[in-house]
Design a protein around this ligand. Structure first.
Ligand code: NAP
Ligand code: G4F
Length: 405
């Protein structure tokens, strides 16, 4: 098999990383091989002059595709990072003393969280204690962001969901994020850390993992389009619950919201600008400056980040096939959702009854979150964040990328 152009990138030892960190504003982004981490690295390299350290865990096959374009960027460095190893977390934080620690690493796939509940908890929740303790002990001025989720709202009590919505998780994943939120809050309130966890609703893009429903659909549309164009028979795309409603935004828009949340003194209308100049390592938890404890920490807050619009999985399917100029029609037998199929209609207006999509109950979940719709009023008003990419633009961008590939 031909080798891909992205191979393992160089991973710095902590001693070498320390040399790059000296007297620089250090940002650690965990989960940098994933969707959000890699987009955040791009955004900060373009919009700051900070030194970016991307945390990647060791795997036996290369998974550096999302950051391979940064390989020769002198301000981007890969370091080994695993959320399940308290010693290495402490080593990294105590040696690099970051000004920002952005935690995007997680067991992020909801469906897997029923298969691996303990691993999900350890990765997403127990790790919070290791990170927050290390920040408290070694660099309490560090601003910490943990990636919270609309899955924490779960079995929703009202729609749209805002920052006051109760935690009603429906999966081990949702529960792990809800518990992590409580830890972040406890450390913020107990020790005066700038530690927050936003509620991000679903966000997608060209680097989305292939098991999430949007990317699964856009990859399948590209495959089917190729087969139709070349006259080769194709297997249908198999999906679970077509009626789930999600509030889908663009991941590149969302990382900007995260950065604004981490810098509320610069962006918020209600937090005084304390004009802090990093790098900054002059205080300990016993010795906070007045402005930190009076003006900054009591005023920071957490935000819902969403598009404010929701669509069903079915609508995503329809839009994706439309972008590829493939016509389909839904058929269902006797009101049985498992019989539902999206049948191909040829450009000449006839059909052979071939399915583009069919339901496979194996993709249903033990418990579903039926309806997520975020109320983004607070972040739009206070941090002047705006979702820029619409639902249709998002689907188009993803399908076109997969068609090209
Ligand atoms: P993603 O693409 O799945 O990326 C997750 C990252 O975490 C990957 O880099 C993965 O590394 C890493 N990771 C997993 N286990 C780890 C461990 N034990 N130690 C170190 N790294 C580990 O997820 P995403 O979509 O970018 O999401 C980023 C964060 O936001 C996650 O915390 C997710 O739960 C949360 N979130 C996402 C959304 C969304 O719609 N995207 C919405 C709300 C919240 P490998 O590449 O090695 O697997
Ligand atoms: O794309 P999904 O797997 O994303 P889900 O479960 O909403 O979680 C994503 O968003 C969360 C924020 O709300 C994040 F915290 C989390 O990390 C992740 O990024 O599934 C979306 C919906 C579900 O209702 C699912 O049941 O699509 C439905 N679905 C239907 N068929 C499917 C499939 N999901 C997947 N993954 N695969 C299917 O075949």
């Amino acid at each position: 098999m031909e080798k891909e152009s992205y191979e393992f990138m160089k991973i710095l030892s902590i001693d070498d990383a320390k040399k790059f960190a000296k007297e620089k504003v250090v940002v650690i982004i965990t989960g940098v091989t994933g969707q959000d981490g890699s987009f955040m690295a791009d955004y900060l390299l373009q919009n700051t002059d900070y030194e970016i350290f991307g945390g990647a865990r060791r795997l036996s096959v290369s998974n550096h595709e999302n950051v391979s374009h940064l390989e020769n960027n002198p301000r981007f460095h890969l370091i080994n990072f695993d959320l399940t190893d308290a010693h290495s977390i402490s080593q990294i934080i105590s040696q690099l003393k970051p000004s920002y620690f952005i935690n995007f690493a997680a067991q992020s796939f909801v469906k897997s969280s029923w298969d691996f509940p303990a691993q999900t908890w350890e990765t997403n929740t127990t790790s919070m204690i290791h990170i927050l303790e290390s920040i408290r002990l070694h660099c309490p001025y560090c601003r910490f962001y943990n990636a919270g989720s609309s899955e924490e709202f779960g079995n929703v009590a009202y729609t749209p969901q805002d920052e006051s919505h109760p935690m009603r998780p429906r999966s081990p994943y949702g529960a792990s994020k809800a518990a992590a939120r409580q830890l972040v809050k406890v450390y913020r309130e107990s020790y005066g850390l700038y530690a927050i966890q936003g509620w991000l609703f679903n966000h997608e893009g060209t680097r989305r993992g292939e098991e999430f429903v949007t990317r699964k659909i856009t990859k399948a549309v590209a495959r089917i389009k190729h087969n139709i164009d070349t006259g080769v028979p194709f297997e249908p795309l198999e999906l679970g619950n077509l009626d789930a409603r999600r509030d889908w935004s663009d991941a590149e828009d969302c990382v900007q919201a995260v950065w604004k949340m981490l810098n509320q003194d610069q962006y918020s209308t209600r937090v005084p600008d304390i004009n802090i100049k990093y790098p900054f390592d002059t205080f300990t938890t016993d010795d906070y400056p007045n402005w930190w404890t009076k003006d900054l920490i009591p005023n920071i807050t957490e935000y819902v980040v969403s598009s404010g619009e929701c669509h069903t999985v079915r609508e995503f399917v329809e839009e994706a096939f439309k972008v590829a100029e493939i016509q389909g029609q839904w058929y269902i037998t006797d009101d049985d959702p498992t019989s539902e199929r999206y049948v191909y209609w040829k450009p000449d207006g006839t059909t052979d009854g071939i399915s583009l999509v069919k339901v496979n109950p194996a993709f249903y979940r033990p418990a579903e979150v039926d309806h997520l719709l975020g109320d983004n009023t607070k972040i739009v008003g206070e941090l002047k964040w705006q979702p820029k990419v619409t639902f249709k633009e998002l689907v188009k961008k993803m399908v076109e990328t997969d068609l090209k590939a």
